[in-house]
Design a protein around this ligand. Structure first.
Ligand code: AMP
Length: 302
C-alpha cells in the first residue's frame, strides 16, 4: 500500500564522541523514507535547494522511494547542526537554518493523491494539514510527529491537525508538554480527546511505549554495544513503524504491536553509523534477524 511522508530533507553537521561530520544528508523525511522503503513504496513530499545534487538523489535511487514530490528550488537546503554529550543522552542544537524550507508550501503531485498511509513529519502543523487536505481518497491511517517548538508556538493549529490524525508519535517530554500531564498513561487519555486513538511515545535508548485506548504495548530499545550517532533514530523508528503498517495493509492490535518492534529495529540500525549510512547498507535479512532477537529478548514464561 502507498505510504506518503512529508518532512525535512536536509544537510546535517553532527558531532558525537565517536566523530564529526560537517555535512551529511539528513532530515526527518530522509531517515523515514529510507527506513520505510524496506517494507513498502514511499512517496516523499519535501523541498530542497540547489545543493541537493545527483549525489544526494542517488542515495534514494534503486529503492522504493519516489522523489517526484521533492521540489528543488533556488537557494540552500535546510541545514541543522547538533552536538551530543559524552553519554549521547543530551543533544545541543548548534544551528537550524531553514533556508528554502522557510517558503515551503507543499504541493502533492497528482499521482500521490491516493496515498492510503500518511506520515506527517515534524513541520508546521498548518503545512501538515495542507498535505492532508490534498489527499483525495480517505487515508487508512494518518501518523503525526511534532516537537516542542510547534506545541508552544502553534497550539491551535496543532490541535486542528490532530483532529485528523490516528497515531501520534512523539517523545515523553513532548507528551507531557502537549497534555500538561506528567503521568504518561493519564497523558494518553488527554491525547485521545484530541483525536488520535493511539499514542506512541518514543523513549530513545529505553525503547517505546504504545498506549491505545484498548491496550498498552511496550518495546525495549535494542541493546547495542556501540551507538555512533543517535540522529534520526526517532524518524527511522517512525519509518519502520509506518512502513510495516503499510505493508500489512491494515491497522489492528496485532499489526500495531509488530509495527512497534520493526520501528525499534530500524531505529537501532540507524544509530550504528553516522547520518543515514547504515540505512543504506541494511539488508532485509538483517532486519528479520534483529526482529527475531527482539522476540527472544522479551520472551519469558509465566
Ligand atoms: P531526530 O534525531 O529523530 O530528532 O531527527 C533529526 C533530524 O531532523 C535531522 O536530520 C535534522 O535535519 C532534522 N531536523 C532537526 N530540526 C528540525 C526541525 N526544526 N524541523 C524539521 N527537521 C528538523
Amino acid at each position: 500500500m502507498s505510504l506518503l511522508v512529508v518532512g525535512s530533507v536536509a544537510f546535517d553537521a553532527i558531532e558525537t564522541p565517536f566523530g564529526k561530520v560537517d555535512r551529511t544528508l539528513g532530515g526527518a523525511a530522509s531517515y523515514f523514507a529510507l527506513a520505510a522503503s524496506y517494507f513498502a513504496p514511499v512517496r516523499v513530499v519535501a523541498i530542497v535547494g540547489e545543493d541537493f545534487t545527483e549525489k544526494e538523489r542517488a542515495v534514494f535511487r534503486n529503492r522504493r522511494i519516489d522523489l517526484t514530490g521533492v521540489e528543488r528550488v533556488a537557494g540552500k537546503s535546510f541545514f541543522w547542526a547538533g552536538r551530543y554529550s559524552q553519554n549521547l543522552n543530551e543533544r545541543t542544537t548548534l544551528a537550524t537554518e531553514l533556508n528554502v524550507f522557510a517558503n515551503f508550501r507543499p504541493t502533492l503531485p497528482d499521482v500521490y493523491c491516493d496515498s492510503s498511509f500518511i506520515f506527517l513529519g515534524n513541520i508546521d502543523p498548518t503545512l501538515q494539514r495542507s498535505v492532508l487536505s490534498q489527499v483525495k481518497c480517505k487515508p487508512k491511517v494518518v501518523g503525526l510527529d511534532t516537537m516542542n517548538y510547534w506545541i508552544e508556538r502553534t497550539p491551535a493549529e496543532l490541535r486542528d491537525t490532530l483532529k485528523h490524525t490516528q497515531i501520534l508519535m512523539i517523545n515523553d517530554d513532548e507528551t507531557r508538554q502537549l497534555t500538561g500531564e506528567h503521568n504518561l498513561l493519564r497523558a494518553a487519555k488527554h491525547v485521545f480527546k484530541m483525536g488520535p486513538r493511539t499514542l506512541v511515545i518514543k523513549r530513545g535508548e529505553h525503547g517505546a511505549l504504545m498506549v491505545h485506548d484498548k491496550f498498552i504495548f511496550s518495546v525495549p530499545g535494542f541493546p547495542l554495544e556501540e551507538v555512533h550517532d543517535p540522529t534520526g533514530a526517532g524518524d527511522s523508528f517512525a519509518g519502520g513503524f509506518m512502513g510495516y503498517l503499510a505493508k500489512a495493509g491494515r491497522v489492528n492490535e496485532q499489526t500495531l504491536r509488530s509495527a512497534m518492534v520493526y520501528g525499534s529495529v530500524l531505529g537501532s540500525f540507524a544509530v550504528e553509523r553516522f547520518g543515514v549510512e547504515r540505512l543504506t547498507t541494511l539488508k532485509l535479512a538483517e532486519i528479520t534477524r534483529r526482529a527475531r532477537l527482539f522476540s527472544k529478548l522479551t520472551s519469558f514464561k509465566l
